[in-house]
Design a protein around this ligand. Structure first.
Ligand code: TUI
Length: 315
């Protein structure tokens, strides 16, 4: 399957694995890249030494291109910006902010840069700053999100920039992928679907909750703090929603204390009561664990068949 993104990144399928803090480590990223997609190590809030080790372990799994994600809200961003150059990472994605100040050094190092954007304005700014592509992420996705959904965001970004656009948020199968390509995207980024993969090393509880989710199992919390996050409706998410209804200094403080470290509690400890189980709205579509290679090849094959037969379907 050839698109501007497969050519730009030197990969087989235009499917990028979304970076998920605490989740996307070498097993997952290595498996996705080995299968012909683009695997991405999530920098999250981890120290550079830990991420260097993850990159090297992923390199031991595959010699195909590998990505690193830098979460720009995190204090490790400066260190990871340099680490990417030192470790000769092929592709960088960024999230939750504007990576403008790093762009020149990354471009000089020959790294392909694909910032995640949630608006047309940032997409245009990133193109001017030298981005090779942008990832337009709708708020159907899990984790930290913007305001727009994928369906209106992607075509507006496609119209606004000349660089390739990758669609993200709410895509988990060939139907979603075909739709994204018809909106003008040159590839897709998927996160939640890889939570339900064999190579994803998260707590059993996290997997159980994802596989048991329905279409209405996720909620968005954190709006009053300016950092909205989509996650499964668990006890902590319900508590956040309740506290957010009457935002006082005290309730916001209580919220901050309750959510600090809560993603790690979900991923590593499987702590149902105190964890934040980030997931996108497509969690309801996931019913079984599959190897990453099956997810990627299945999605691309289904999209290709749908696009090929689309005209005939409506005759
Ligand atoms: O970054 C993400 N998703 C994430 S990061 C994350 S880690 C976290 N942990 C606890 C609390 C909060 C986060 C979990 N999920 N996706 C990429 C993304 N970026 N989505 C939206 C944006 C975005 C939003 C606003 C990018 C830029 C932006 O504005 C930047 C500007 O300066 O205009």
């Amino acid at each position: 399957m050839h698109t501007k993104i497969t050519k730009l990144l030197g990969i087989e399928y235009p499917i990028v694995q979304g970076a998920m803090a605490w989740v996307a480590e070498h097993h997952l990223a290595g498996a996705v890249s080995a299968a012909g997609g683009l695997g991405i190590i999530a920098g999250g809030a981890a120290p550079a030494d830990v991420i260097r080790d993850e990159i090297r372990k992923a390199r031991a799994i595959t010699d195909k291109p590998l990505g690193l994600n830098i979460m720009l809200l995190s204090p490790n961003a400066d260190d990871l910006a340099q680490l990417a150059i030192d470790e000769k990472i092929e592709v960088l994605t960024t999230g939750a902010g504007n990576p403008g100040k790093y762009m020149e050094s990354w471009k000089n190092a020959g790294i392909k840069v694909m910032p995640v954007v949630a608006s047309v304005a940032l997409a245009k700014r990133m193109e001017r700053a030298g981005a090779d592509a942008v990832i337009a992420e709708g708020m159907e996705g899990g984790g930290h999100i913007g305001e727009l959904t994928t369906m209106p965001l992607v075509p507006q970004v496609v119209d606004a920039v000349d660089i390739p656009v990758i669609a993200a948020g709410g895509i988990a199968d060939g139907r979603g992928m075909a739709a994204a390509l018809l909106l003008g995207a040159e590839g897709v980024q998927c996160g939640t679907v890889f939570l339900a993969s064999n190579e994803c090393f998260i707590s059993d509880k996290y997997k159980e909750l994802v596989l048991g989710a329905s279409d209405i199992s996720t909620v968005v919390t954190g709006r009053p703090s300016g950092h909205p996050v989509r996650a499964l409706k668990t006890p902590l998410a319900r508590k956040c929603l309740k506290l957010e209804k009457t935002p006082t200094d005290q309730s916001l403080e209580e919220l901050e204390a309750a959510t600090a470290g809560a993603l790690r509690k979900a991923v590593q400890d499987g702590n149902y009561e105190e964890g934040t189980f980030m997931a996108g709205q497509i969690a309801g579509m996931l019913t079984a664990l599959r190897p990453c290679a099956d997810i990627i090849k299945g999605m691309a094959g289904e999209a290709e068949a749908l696009l090929k037969n689309a005209y005939q379907r409506f005759q």
